[in-house]
Design a binder for this molecule. Structure first.
Ligand code: PEP
Ligand code: MG
Length: 590
């Protein structure tokens, strides 16, 4: 919670960022400070004080052991990094000895009858306030270290998945420096109405999840936390990327009017649901849903999706420090398969890059899991037991409906061969255990999202049953633009001729080989690109469910022959500005 005073002047302040999830909302700000974990606070009985103190001591001991492990790890690092880490570990170990943090928390348990998690949190808040009052930049920076130690203690105390937004009052807008995909997975859209964060780009997974949840959001709002106080009234416009702190009466009136218009437009689009996605000249297109959380299945069904073109299974591995068992995965996947209107394309886990998982990344440093590190299939092939557990769960879920298996971040043909080997082994394992297998073993396809995969698409098509083109990563890796980085967000351009040529070559390779090809990056859900994608020959588009009605409307208004001609013209261009103009002219006014 913020220690900043409420904005006394209540003067309207407008800040701009990246509108990543459309919609306009008005509500109170809930400031989520970095390092703060929302935990429940309760009074303990006097007879439980000793037990609670023991819990604290055990958590401290565990944190010390974690520090020793970190120190050992530092020995294998380059000298400068080892020095820096060693210095930090020393400081943390010091704090875990007889510091004000530990003494204070123990006192709060004893004298205030507080539960241990709340005692640690309260102590951190007090120390933070004292440090802030000193007005010394060096000391202010040290508060991050204290918070980190406190966070570690709280995680050790709870040893269960932390529910970071459980205490947020209903109707709040989350204001934070950074929101990770794992955080977003824990947000309940019925409680939290919108989000603004200082960091993050429009194509990162946090942005994708906000769009899928239909939660208006603005990311990359530089220095926002300097201006917003807890409880301030906020207006978030996720369509244009604007936040207004303490909006005045005139601003509120305009926003309310825009909200009404937005709602009316959404209502008009609802009637699209039962209409076919057919062009004016009679070509049918399949619109599938991308799903990142099970709660999206209702929306996927209601939007008229004919199946799930991309189930991102990362949710199964987030916010926990143990790998989910086969049964746990099966239970969740089965429900999704049963809830779908058609086939479900289940992607094996794709952590790494901006998505981290304590369970899978244990003992790995940031370098190992970076966007160019152990992402997607690379990590799965290094941890074959985990991959086979997931494949077994997928095979079992396939007994309840049509399923396809999708491999993320494929670069080379051998990765597909190896994955097929693990699929075979998983089938054999289930047979040995006498577990029922589906009548038809699910086809295995690969994501085309790395330039190497796109350039080798003809070879990959020979070992794959289908392709799903991931334009998000394909754009990122082709243009060397981090999709989640607000500093280069304006340079992220799927219309760059290099990206379009890779997409075209991949799609043609699939068609030549006679395997299905879909596109499931964010491009597929933006009606601006629909004519180009159809013109390039795509007949399967997969997108977040809220995007389906708008894309369907665009398809129904479109003449495919004209779109194909325009796509041909676009593919002859070398300049993305010219390509954008040709596309926007074809689309007409938005
Ligand atoms: C993509 O990269 O385009 C894609 C669909 O996968 P993700 O966004 O999950 O990385
Ligand atoms: Mg991807």
């Amino acid at each position: 919670m913020s220690s900043k005073p409420a904005n006394k002047t209540s003067k309207e302040i407008v800040l701009v960022g990246l509108g990543v999830s459309p919609g306009i909302i008005i509500g109170p700000a809930y400031i989520r400070e970095r390092g703060t974990i929302d935990i429940s606070e309760h009074t303990i009985n006097v007879e439980d004080i000793v037990q609670e103190q023991t819990r604290l001591t055990t958590a401290v001991d565990r944190a010390r052991r974690q520090m020793s492990r970190l120190r050992r790890k530092a020995r294998n690092m380059p000298a400068t990094a080892a020095d820096e880490l060693g210095f930090l570990v020393n400081a943390y170990e010091q704090m875990l000895r007889d510091s004000r943090l530990i003494r204070g928390a123990a006192n709060r348990i004893k004298n205030g009858q507080m539960n241990a998690e709340a005692a640690v949190q309260a102590e951190i808040s007090d120390i933070a306030a004292a440090f802030a009052a000193m007005d010394d930049a060096y000391i202010a920076n040290r508060i991050d270290d204290i918070r980190e130690v406190g966070r570690r203690l709280i995680l050790n105390l709870t040893r269960t998945p932390v529910k970071p937004f459980a205490a947020v009052p209903p109707g709040s807008i989350i204001i934070t420096d950074e929101l990770t995909p794992a955080d977003t997975a824990q947000m309940n859209p019925e409680r939290i109405i919108g989000v603004a964060a200082e960091l993050g780009g429009a194509e990162g997974h946090t942005a994708i999840m906000l769009r899928a949840l239909g939660m208006p959001g603005v990311l990359g709002v530089t220095s926002m936390l300097r201006y917003v106080s807890h409880g301030d009234t906020l207006l978030i416009d996720g369509t244009v990327g604007r936040i207004v702190i303490n909006p005045d009466a005139a601003t509120l009136k305009t926003a309310t009017h825009q909200q009404d218009e937005y709602r009316k437009q959404a209502d008009r689009l609802v009637c699209m649901r039962d209409l076919p996605a057919t062009t004016r000249d009679g070509t049918e297109v399949e619109l599938w849903a991308n799903v990142e959380l099970p709660i999206e299945m209702t929306m996927a069904r209601e939007s008229g999706a004919v199946g799930v073109g991309l189930l991102r299974t990362e949710f199964l591995f987030m916010n926990r420090d143990t790998v989910p068992s086969e049964d746990e995965q099966y239970d969740q996947l089965r429900e999704i398969v049963k809830a779908a209107n058609g086939p479900v394309t289940i992607r094996t886990v794709d952590v790494g890059g901006d998505k981290s998982s304590e369970a899978l990344h244990k003992n790995m440093d940031a370098k190992a899991t970076s966007a160019l590190g152990l992402r997607g299939i690379r990590l799965s092939l290094l941890q074959p037991k985990i991959l086979e557990t997931q494949l077994c769960a997928i095979l079992r879920a396939a007994c309840h409906g049509e399923v396809r298996i999708l491999l993320p971040m494929v670069t080379s043909v051998w990765e597909v061969h190896r994955a097929r080997g693990h699929l075979k082994k998983s089938i054999a394992k289930l047979k040995r255990r006498k577990v029922a297998l589906p009548h038809k073993i699910p086809p295995m396809g690969c994501m085309i999202e790395v330039p190497a995969a796109a350039l080798a698409a003809d070879a990959l098509a020979q070992v794959s049953d289908f392709f799903a083109i991931g334009s998000n990563d394909l754009t990122m890796y082709t243009l060397a633009i981090d999709r989640g980085n607000e500093y280069v967000a304006n340079l992220f351009d799927p219309l760059h001729p290099a990206v379009l040529r890779l997409i075209q070559f991949s799609a043609e390779s699939a068609r030549r080989m006679g395997i299905p090809v879909s596109i499931c990056g964010e491009m597929a859900g933006d009606p601006r690109y629909t004519a180009l994608l159809l013109g390039l020959g795509f007949r399967e588009l997969s997108m977040s469910a809220p995007s389906i009605p708008r894309v369907k409307q665009r398809i129904r208004d479109m003449d495919l022959i004209a779109a194909s001609r325009r796509a041909g013209l676009i593919m002859d261009q070398v300049d993305s500005g010219r390509i954008a103009t040709l596309l926007d002219d074809f689309n007409g006014p938005a």
